[in-house]
Design a protein around this ligand. Structure first.
Ligand code: ADP
Ligand code: NG1
Length: 458
């Protein structure tokens, strides 16, 4: 587990994507790249919006990735270019402090999050100059972690260019922390699976300490990703951080109600640990302590005995200062229920009862219902797509990733995959010209892929 990301000798000319990237790099910088780095996106099978509450999640890496070609330059600058013209070139002198503009989360700032993470880890005063061309195949803002793959790629490239060495776990932790510079208070699932993934297996990712355990998915079913074609950029909106804040406040309210030192507790898992309670007991506690009506700021301040200024400074984040009402009961119910479903999913995969596929499908369906109704992180298009997937032969279907748009993941019996793809295409993509144009990269079967790696020309 303490191993470093692999360095793989690769025949660049045998891989069309790498060869194209090499050509673009040479045209741009007049020399071949020194090395390449690659970090995969992921699909989360179950365990949504619970990583930042401290609970385990169950993702797998997908084939789609961010790939970067890199050389070390003498000009003392970080030069960024992208194969997609939508993402503009960017240059930063290495002598300048790396400032991340949260108000304007452009692609280069995600890259710089990864660079900054490595710079801080080693206290590097002057980073090595790097010239990079980035190429991505993960649909952006669709819940498959394109942003984290970019941050992980940048972190790995910076480590390599500055002749440093870190384990996959260290890299995952650094990149999870540094991606927060963009403003989203993420929990670490995406960076962890991007580094710790292994081909052929999903992973149970646990936090504190971070570790990844293989989860063998049942034979007889396949996972299909479908994108509802609604994009949701997390850093440019406050939906995500509002949920993080609601969970943080729910933590304090539950802890306070049970006489714990609430001021020290930040995550829902900490209340469970302090009370030595089961997840089932936590669900009961939520019903006893929290009311379903939204909480006003005044009520929260009154219960916790804090001022409005303390609420703003201590509990709310920069982009949630405007929020007036908080749904604490619903959010905490989702988190404890979803945390239990992850453990059940893992246990079904481990014990492989005859009805495994049906049991896992049921858990995925419960997860979607909870995300939609309690966590309110779905959207009408995603709900429609999940319904279509279930009617088209999936045994389970749910939104994956942050939600409010993006992808669903469906579990489909292997023998039904062809008819499933056809039916979803006809019902969701073909009737709408915009969706039909996006179908090829939006509807596909996926298998557990490998983690981030450095590629060297053979
Ligand atoms: P996701 O759910 O995919 O992580 P986010 O909204 O958090 O979505 O992040 C998407 C952002 O990541 C994009 O707006 C862009 O800035 C960056 N990004 C994604 N893919 C690429 C790419 N191929 N090249 C450059 N930047 C990318
Ligand atoms: P997406 O938006 O799918 O990359 C986000 C968070 C995860 C996790 C999921 C919801 C980041 C970088 N990622 O993922 O940590 O909380 O939402 O389960 O913030």
């Amino acid at each position: 587990m303490a191993s470093n990301p692999p360095k793989i000798q690769t025949m660049i000319s045998a891989n069309e994507r790498l060869q194209n990237l090499r050509n673009t790099f040479e045209t741009k910088y007049g020399e071949p790249p020194r090395f390449y780095v690659c970090a995969p996106g992921r699909v989360n099978l179950i365990g949504e919006h619970i990583d930042y509450c401290g609970y385990s999640v169950l993702p797998m890496a997908i084939e789609q990735s961010i790939l970067a070609a890199v050389s070390i330059n003498d000009s003392g600058t970080i030069e960024l270019a992208n194969t997609n013209p939508q993402y503009k070139d960017f240059t930063l002198p290495c002598s300048k402090d790396i400032a991340i503009d949260k108000e304007n989360p452009k692609w280069n700032y995600y890259f710089l999050c990864g660079v900054k993470g490595i710079q801080e880890k080693f206290g590097i005063a002057q980073l090595a100059g790097m010239s990079c061309v980035v190429d991505g195949t993960i649909p952006p803002s669709s819940g498959l972690s394109s942003s984290s793959a970019l941050v992980c790629c940048a972190g790995l490239a910076t480590m390599e260019a500055n002749h440093k060495s870190l384990s996959k776990v260290e890299l995952a932790e650094i990149c999870a922390r540094s991606e927060r510079y963009i403003g989203t208070e993420g929990g670490g699932m995406d960076q962890s699976i991007s580094f710790l993934a292994e081909k052929g297996t999903a992973k149970l990712i646990e936090f504190q300490p971070l570790r990844a355990t293989d989860v063998k998915l049942p034979d007889g079913a396949m996972f299909v990703i479908s994108n509802c074609c609604v994009e949701m950029n997390k850093a440019a909106s406050s939906h995500y951080n509002i949920r993080v804040v609601e969970c943080r406040i729910a933590t304090k309210m539950l802890a306070r109600a049970r006489g714990l030192d609430w001021s020290k507790l930040l995550k829902l898992v900490q209340v469970q640990v302090e009370l030595k309670a089961s997840l089932q007991e936590m669900l009961t506690l939520v019903d006893e302590v929290l009311h379903p009506e939204p909480y006003s700021r005044e009520e929260i301040c009154r219960v916790l005995g804090i001022t409005s200024e303390q609420l703003c400074a201590g509990l709310l984040s920069a982009n949630t200062q405007h929020v007036t009402h908080f749904k604490l009961h619903q959010r905490a119910k989702h988190v404890y229920g979803e945390a239990a479903r992850v453990l059940q999913f893992k246990s079904v995969c481990d014990s492989t009862p005859a009805e495994s596929v049906q049991l896992l499908g049921d858990l995925m369906n419960q997860s979607h219902t909870s995300c939609r109704d309690l966590y309110e992180c779905s959207c009408p298009e995603l709900d429609q797509l999940v319904d279509i997937c279930l009617k088209s032969g999936a045994v389970g279907s749910r939104l994956t990733g942050a939600g409010w748009g993006g992808c669903a993941v469906s579990m489909v019996p292997s023998e039904k995959v062809e008819s499933f793809l056809q039916a979803v295409s006809e019902a969701y993509y073909q009737p709408d010209p915009r969706r039909a144009a996006m179908e090829k990269q939006s509807l596909f079967v996926t298998k557990p892929g490998g983690g981030a790696a450095v590629l060297l020309e053979h």
